[in-house]
Design a protein around this ligand. Structure first.
Ligand code: AMP
Ligand code: MN
Ligand code: MN
Ligand code: MN
Length: 286
């Protein structure tokens, strides 16, 4: 079992716990090294670091950047980023700027499907309105009885071809990697098993092209053990890590009690052939 958890969310993006409560929960569950990786925002890192110090836990400054690659939305996690870096901050600000208009269009789309009040309803769940996103709409749809839980919402709403879906242009892959690495951080391709083409998984050829481009642009790691992956996918993505010379990362992608596939920490070991992502920072320190 790993005492690393390198992917999770607080109320600064679409998680349910404050950075302080998130860190406390991780500590209680045996996490020793935690990366807070809120979507497109660094606003939780100071509070999380203060909480981590109280729990004798190491807090890694992280972020999860939304990227448009071809017709796909993909997520790039940055680890050990520098929250004071101006280019990174400006890049994330440019992503956040698009979320407000997108939310209005999402609400319009839901209204056309007969669901009114979605904009106000979603913002009530967004502790940080700058990061308004699909999870907040999903919570509103559950509240109104349109689905039994947040996960089920994404079967009938907010995804391509369904009410509430709005195509959106996020950052480019090259920019996201540059912002992360330019600030001294390490870029990691998040949950590759979750990417889809329409309703089908992204084809292997396309995934290989994504990984080749990601590595070419300076990307260093890939999430192998993820709360979004099944055990057979751990093995599958370990093979991709080896093939593309990438380090392997692990993270729960925890969003909140009762809402996520996995709780914080207690993640299974990386497959034996993997080179863990922490080699990227631990080897330079000794
Ligand atoms: P956004 O960045 O606004 O498009 O929202 C993306 C977020 O929606 C993800 O980070 C997840 O938290 C959530 N999400 C997307 N797909 C699903 C799903 N199938 N089940 C649960 N949550 C999902
Ligand atoms: Mn999320
Ligand atoms: Mn993600
Ligand atoms: Mn995430």
């Amino acid at each position: 079992m790993l005492d690393y958890d390198l992917h999770c969310h607080s109320t600064v993006s679409d998680g349910l716990l404050s950075p302080t409560d998130l860190v406390a929960r991780a500590a209680e569950r045996g996490v020793k090294i935690l990366a807070l990786t809120d979507h497109d925002d660094l606003g939780g890192l100071t509070e999380a670091a203060q909480a981590a110090a109280r729990h004798e836990m190491q807090l890694i400054n992280g972020v999860e950047i939304s990227v448009s690659w071809r017709s796909h939305t993909v997520h790039i996690v940055g680890l050990h980023i520098n929250p004071a870096d101006a280019a990174l901050q400006a890049g994330l600000q440019s992503i956040r700027a698009g979320r407000g208009t997108r939310a209005e269009l999402m609400a319009d789309s839901l209204a056309r499907a007969g669901i009114g009040g979605a904009l106000e309803g979603a913002y009530r769940y967004a502790t940080n309105p700058g990061i308004i996103g699909r999870t907040h709409f999903a919570r509103f749809l559950v509240e109104r009885g349109h689905a039994k839980d947040v996960r089920s919402v994404f079967k009938n709403y907010l995804v391509k071809g369904k009410p509430g879906y709005v195509a959106h242009q996020w950052a480019t892959l090259a920019d996201a990697i540059q912002w992360i690495q330019g600030s001294g951080g390490i870029a990691v391709l998040a949950h590759p098993g979750r990417y889809t083409a329409g309703r089908k998984p992204m084809g292997r050829t396309t995934l290989r092209e994504l990984l080749a481009e990601f590595a070419e642009l300076g990307g260093r790691g890939i999430e192998v053990v993820s709360g979004s992956h099944t055990p057979p996918q751990y093995a599958e993505f370990a093979r991709y890590a080896t093939e593309f010379g990438l380090l392997s990362s692990c993270g729960s992608d925890f969003h909140g009690p009762g809402e996520s596939y996995r709780d914080l920490g207690r993640l299974p070991d990386l497959p034996l052939e993997c080179k863990p992502i922490w080699q990227a920072w631990e080897t330079t320190q000794h």
